[in-house]
Write a protein that binds this ligand. Structure first.
Ligand code: HEM
Length: 441
């Protein structure tokens, strides 16, 4: 299998750390759909063929687990919560959490998500009637966090929002740093990263303990835990550490991703005014409130905008798996222990799959192309994102509320912020866009 030499890797060392997305694009351009990295021991492969990616994540998933540096780093913050877990108990936790994401439940929390948008907009934009430059990335982070709090924990996180946003941002940075360090240090070594990590964990522990204590106190008054995610966890018999792990997982996985994705979507709509006009016209013709479900039928253009934005800027830019048993990838036999890296960022820009892959063309999703092989913003197979429907619904709802009231444009002398590969892909330095109030939501 072709791939860069150790010397190539040593030369690229700095750029890999600074800009892993460009490094991946470059490697795939040079070496093709299956690339071997020069590492001692079992092979490390970049798997960029849609059928091979599907094999690792879905059809052959039994042979591939999450025992990778990426998930070990995340587990240092979330513990073995649903996303990072490579343990067999994962399936029990998944079954336990699933009802919180069922359709009836999502139908019920649409209003909560709408309220999260309205509050964040009011707080950030007030009654401003003119045109303002707004960092929409900060706005979408606030909305994403608030939506998770209200929809999954029935908790108003606004009191803790500042602390939580800061703690999760620190956690994300540390996870990325740990995931990329070539010589991972043991957790007990008092390195700077480990010390900061422990402090961040303590902050997250304290916030999660507070959320749980408030709910237990409420239960002793009304006798029920409720059917949101927190209620399910508290009724499940899981111990407090496991509950904390799932809470922290949902806060990080549920708001970093949606916030990044929404910031890029607003940028794409600011750059493509006809697409924004069409979205607004669709909203104007829509009767009744926008719910969290069924958008492919009720708001097909808005949903296609979301699908296309997740193609160009998939927040989960790289997934990793480790072979538990010998397998075959791209016609090559690979031993147990092989690392497979699958990058939605690369697969979504692959010229052999997509026509004009760099162009923003929501219409390509109007014909149901999202089922196409090689489109996997939410992963595939048994570890598919549990929050997929919630996230898609939330994104449509946020666009509907925000663009029903504001026009988004790029400022003068516009250059796109660079995509920064953190836990999710974020615009480096924020996303300053011009917002002009056009009417009532
Ligand atoms: C898993 C992406 C929103 C919670 C995943 C995976 C991807 C992903 C790619 C699979 C990871 C892998 O296979 O290695 C996204 C994107 C989102 C989003 C792009 C938004 C645009 C959410 C939300 C929540 C959430 C809103 C919860 C509130 C999770 C959890 C898992 C997961 C718990 C692990 C599921 C399991 O392994 O059983 N997500 N996600 N995600 N996501 Fe999401």
């Amino acid at each position: 299998v072709p791939g860069p030499t150790s010397l190539d890797m040593a030369r690229a060392f700095r750029s890999v750390r600074a800009d892993p997305l460009s490094f991946l694009v470059d490697v795939a351009d040079r070496f093709g759909d299956l690339v071997a990295f020069p590492v001692p021991g079992a092979p490390a492969l970049l798997v960029n063929d849609p059928a091979d990616a599907r094999h690792v994540l879905q059809t052959g998933a039994r042979s591939w687990g999450k025992q990778t540096v990426q998930y070990a780093a995340l587990a240092r913050v979330t513990g073995p919560g649903l996303l990072a877990s490579s343990e067999s108990s994962w399936i029990e936790h998944r079954r336990l959490a699933a009802p919180a994401f069922h359709h009836e439940r999502l139908q019920a929390v649409g209003q909560e998500v709408a309220a999260a948008v309205d509050d964040a907009v009011r707080e950030r934009l007030g009654s401003s009637s003119g045109t303002e430059v707004v960092d929409v990335a900060a706005l979408t982070h606030r909305i994403g966090l608030d939506a998770v709090g209200r929809a999954l924990f029935s908790t108003d996180l606004s009191g803790q929002a500042r602390q939580l946003l800061a703690a999760t941002a620190d956690a994300a940075e540390l996870v990325v740093r740990l995931g990329r360090s070539i010589l991972p240090t043991a957790a007990w070594v008092p390195s700077r990263t480990n010390v900061r990590l422990r402090a961040t964990r303590r902050r997250l522990d304290a916030i999660s303990a507070q959320i749980v204590a408030e709910r237990r106190a409420r239960r002793s008054m009304d006798g029920a835990h409720g059917d949101d995610l927190l209620g399910l966890l508290l009724d499940s018999g899981l111990d407090d550490v496991a509950i904390r792990d799932e809470l922290v997982t949902m806060v990080i996985a549920g708001h970093e991703t949606v916030a990044g994705a929404l910031a890029w979507t607003l940028m794409l709509l600011a750059e493509h005014q006809p697409a924004q006009d069409r979205l607004r016209a669709e909203l104007a013709a829509h009767r009744g409130p926008v719910s969290l479900l069924g958008h492919r039928e009720t708001l097909p253009w808005t949903r296609a905008v979301v699908d296309e934005s997740l193609r160009l800027f998939p927040p989960a830019w790289a997934l990793s798996r480790r072979a538990q048993a010998p397998d075959v990838i791209g016609g090559h036999e690979v031993p147990a222990g092989t690392l497979a890296i699958i990058s939605p960022w690369l697969l979504h820009r692959r010229a052999a799959t997509w026509s004009s892959p760099a162009s923003f063309r929501p219409e390509r999703f109007l014909d149901g192309a999202s089922v196409r092989a090689g489109y996997l913003p939410f992963g595939l197979g048994p570890r598919l994102c549990i929050g997929r429907e919630f996230a898609l619904g939330e994104m449509v709802l946020v666009l509907a509320r925000l663009l029903g009231e504001y026009r988004v444009e790029v400022p003068d002398r516009w250059t796109r912020p660079e995509p920064q590969a953190q836990v999710a892909v974020h615009p480096r330095g924020g996303m300053p866009l011009l917002l002009t109030r056009t009417g009532e939501a």
